[in-house]
Design a protein around this ligand. Sequence first.
Ligand code: G4P
Length: 528
Amino acid sequence: MSFLSEIERRRTFGIVSHPDAGKTTLTEKLLLFGGAIQEAGAVKSNKIKKGATSDFMEIERQRGISVATSVLAFEYNGIKINILDTPGHKDFAEDTFRTLTAVDSVIVVIDVAKGVEEQTEKLVKVCRMRNIPIIVFINKMDREGKDAFDLLDEIEQKLSLKVVPLSFPIGMGYDFKGIYNIWEKNINLFTGNSKRDIEETIKISELSDSKLNNIIGDHAAETLREELELVEGIYPKFSKESYLNGDLQPVFFGSALNNFGVRELLDCFVSIAPKPRPKQSEERIVNPCEDKFTGFVFKIHANMDPNHRDRLAFIKIVSGEFKRNTPYLHVRHKKKLKFSSPNAFFAEKKEIVDISFPGDIVGLHDTGNFKIGDTLTEGESLNYKGVPSFSPEHFRYINNADPLKSKQLFKGIDQLMDEGVAQLFTLDLNGRKVIGTVGALQYEVIQYRLEHEYGAKCSYENLNVHKACWIEPESTNHPEFIEFKRVKQRYLATDKQGQLVYLADSVFSLQMTQQKYPSIKFHLTSEY
Ligand code: G4P
């Protein structure tokens, strides 16, 4: 197969949702349809069960599972599909944000009863910022939930999307009869008694066909006709171009657990979802069909085995072919590296591969060379953008609890930060180190891993910080900036990239500071 056809047939995407909406179940059903797994239950949920914040076994279990499910690749009708796993737990939200830099599109799963939930809102916001094409799957139609039109309204309002239903439910919960597939113009009838059965599909070319009344009954048939008329009146016509530009989001209804509506979703997905897209680097836009290889690290995973400190760096291939045993330039280190055993991921296994194409993810063994955001090329000095850090929500001083192990502690902290477990800030005033995280869980992960992987002990001390803001002065010798640095010295720190950060202790002080120094910009992300 030619290089261009290999690119053409790749679809790399992520499934995002609030925990419990059905992401794992849907992933598993997609793999079943793709023939990548043989039975339900094969994909383990990577969820951390509620209340497990102190359970290290649970954290370790989660780490193990998330290596296994980081990328799930399978083939469907000649299309190579790469699903990138996104943790649902909010303490790992930053992992998910970073993974979103490596997807070409997403499917958002929404629970019909719960509607749009908090995590979904945050994740969709990031997708919209990057114009990532989105398909919405409304799940659990076998249960009582919100009215379809109300839910579509809610999705438009809370997620600022412009939706277009490509399927429509016939009833819901106890009365759920099936789905009218607007995309393919047919009806799928729900049997509901077996979780494994693929549903029955009946072709109905005309909605006015009396066959519809015979199948679902007069009342349901009439309601469906009225509702579809409304759909036609209210929602725009589906346009693939608008979907690909991020301006329009198709919606499907179904029940992942019951295998219902999943094939329709998958069929539509493979026909409309984008192939690998061009990507912006600091220097220029890079096109997937360029013949020279480029790629970037979006995730680093420490190995399960504490005796080996090697890690797996996940690289998204943006352009060209990635070949085994070929020297590539590590742009940040300005040195060439060769990889003898790049891993590709399949549903149930990983394998060493000789060649990978744009859209693919390869896992490279790393002994500490990589950090998130690093770029690899065939020689060009190119830096991919878009793996920003967000302001953490929690901040604590980290102290060395075993003075004999300070070297190990610093090495450990350094490597964990490169993996993106948390962010490190060094206070300008006294050099003390502050760890910022998205969730409280990370502090326990860090403490545990420092001890078990690096033999170092740490303790934490509370620090009252509301947000970290990356500072952008108009110029470094502007009098206002000089004054700001003098007055706020106690609150200034440097992040791992050497950027200046202001640690605001409250909403109020942040507002006051912004007002007082209008020439300085305060950013809540490290890239602006
Ligand atoms: P997540 O990855 O988004 O967190 O969700 P997951 O797939 O784990 O699903 C969360 C719960 O919702 C699971 O039940 C799952 O069986 C159920 N579920 C998923 N899809 C559907 C659906 O279409 N209909 C109904 N009724 N339920 C659905 P659980 O009891 O938490 O877990 P389990 O014991 O069944 O594994």
